[in-house]
Design a protein around this ligand. Structure first.
Ligand SMILES: Cc1cc2nc3c(=O)[nH]c(=O)nc-3n(C[C@H](O)[C@H](O)[C@H](O)COP(=O)(O)OP(=O)(O)OC[C@H]3O[C@@H](n4cnc5c(N)ncnc54)[C@H](O)[C@@H]3O)c2cc1C
Length: 461
């Protein structure tokens, strides 16, 4: 029987891996991962996620070794590497289909690849309207997807026979230098456990609180969401496994708000499958004429949590320190950059790409274009989040105290807008401009400026 090459990409797991199962049924298996910084071009994996990748590959390599196999590591342009190795071994190639634009290029260059489903709940091209068209709006798409749900039960890890690859060269993971050293900015990532076991532990922990998700998911001070996103991004757990774990734990109806969010991940894949350049180009052409400001100092203040708006700064500091940010705060910080600061959404998208452990091309592009109002299905531009109002409404005081400790002594009611805190600010020993920045823009003025910019764009539509 000819060897069966399993080409792992962002599906670093052994359970519910259709490519691995098909390969195991057909012959002795060879496991391969290629670090490809070439095909994605500017969308090569960002710095924070490389840290995750290191640990995830170490975990997968160890699990494969425990089962008597060996994970072959190669670095370079994936397609030609896969093609050459398959030819050298006389192997069939199996891979899970991914929907990033570069994934299709990799597959085309790799030659004859047996493509298997498993990165999404359903293949994006299978969710079609009555007339056979593709969806662009989430709600009708979600209703249609639900007709195909639940997804098939996860495939168990297959019994594996390994091809003898002891003579094959493989890179040393440590030599890839995926982890930062000088300086090591990953010290705050300790709460995470990359790898398949970590993903399962996270899923099990979330199942215990999933029934409360709808009440708590918008509250940054509360751990109300699953935090599965980095695990899902690198495929350590399949979306089908996640679906069934939570639906089994609390019932499909109670789980619906969470399953719907998981659905957004599939929807993003559906969008980039139709609009591969969604990460670079606004879906609405008028936004190509948006009068963005060139403001490096403003961008720097936003990136480093120095805008003077505590909820924005807390979010940006959480991102930098922990590699993750609460969804509500992602919306607030993104809106602040594009609407209060009039800075091009692509600068924010790139920063997220580099600093998020869960960086996902489709979700990130979809998130930013949704906030900008330029996307396929997005919030209207003139819906401008008021950062203070959002902070109060979603009760962010505890969250702000954690990530902006210089304001920790302010009472709950005043921590959202320290410039209005008067005597309390003095009592807390905080001087604006010295201990914490004064707001870099005035909310009302910024709002008026954003609406004027939008008016200019609309006039040209
Ligand atoms: C500007 C912006 C940028 C974003 N960039 C990313 C990104 O790069 N990677 C990423 O995974 N998510 C991104 N999101 C979506 C969302 O913020 C995260 O998926 C979520 O916060 C992850 O936390 P969680 O795992 O606890 O989510 P939960 O609420 O527990 O949701 C479960 C899973 O569903 C998916 N999901 C949840 N919300 C969304 C959503 N709005 N869009 C798409 N999928 C969703 C994620 O895979 C998530 O892990 C972005 C959102 C915004 C507004």
């Amino acid at each position: 029987m000819s060897p069966q090459l399993v080409w792992f990409r962002n599906d670093l797991r052994l359970v519910d891996h259709a490519a691995l199962c098909a390969a195991a049924a057909a012959g002795p298996v060879v496991a391969l991962f290629v670090l490809d910084d070439e095909t994605p071009g500017a969308w090569r994996m960002g710095a924070a996620q490389r840290w995750w990748l290191h640990h995830s590959l170490a975990d997968l390599g160890q699990r494969i070794a425990e089962r008597g196999g060996r994970l072959i590591l190669r670095r370079g342009r994936a397609g030609p590497i896969v093609r050459a190795l398959a030819a050298e071994l006389g192997a069939d190639v199996h891979a899970i289909v991914h929907h990033e634009p570069w994934a299709a290029v990799q597959e085309a260059e790799a030659g004859d690849v047996r493509r298997h489903h498993g990165a999404t709940l359903a293949p994006p091209a299978n969710v079609l309207s009555g007339t056979g068209g593709r969806y662009r709006i989430f709600t009708p798409w979600w209703k249609k997807l639900l007709e195909q749900m639940p997804p098939p039960r996860p495939l168990p890890e297959p019994a594996l026979r390994w091809a003898d690859v002891s003579a094959l060269p493989s890179d040393d993971l440590a030599q890839w230098r995926l982890r930062p050293t000088k300086p090591d900015w990953s010290t705050g990532f300790g709460e995470w456990q990359p790898g398949e076991a970590g993903a399962l532990a996270r899923l099990t922990a979330f199942a215990r609180i999933a029934a409360r998700y709808d009440d708590t998911r918008n509250l940054p001070s509360v751990e109300g969401s699953s935090r599965l996103s980095p695990h899902l991004a690198l495929g350590e757990v399949s979306p089908a496994t996640a679906w069934h774990a939570i639906a089994d734990a609390v019932g499909e109806n109670t789980a619906e708000p969470w399953l719907r969010e998981l659905g957004w991940r599939d929807f993003s894949a559906n969008i980039i499958d139709q609009f591969p350049d969604h990460g670079d180009a606004p879906n609405r052409d008028a936004f190509n004429r948006f009068p963005f400001l060139d403001d490096p100092a403003g961008l720097n203040a936003w990136q480093h949590g120095q805008t003077g708006y505590p909820i924005v700064d807390a979010g940006m500091r959480q991102l930098w320190a922990s590699g993750w940010m609460h969804n509500r705060v992602r919306m607030i910080t993104a809106s602040f950059l594009v609407k209060h600061q009039l800075i091009d959404w692509r600068h924010g998208e790139r920063w997220f790409w580099d600093t998020l452990l869960d960086a996902d091309y489709g979700n990130n592009a979809q998130g930013w274009q949704w906030v900008m109002g330029s996307g396929v299905d997005s919030s209207p531009f003139n819906r401008i989040f008021a950062p203070v109002g959002q902070s109060e409404k979603f009760d962010a005081a505890t969250y702000i105290r954690r990530w902006v400790p210089e304001l920790a002594k302010l009472p709950d009611g005043l921590i959202h807008a320290p410039w209005e805190a008067g005597v309390a600010l003095i009592r807390a020993g905080v001087k604006l401009g010295r201990d914490y920045p004064a707001p870099i823009v005035d909310h009302n003025q910024a709002r008026a400026r954003a609406l004027a910019a939008w008016g200019q764009v609309k006039a040209g539509e």
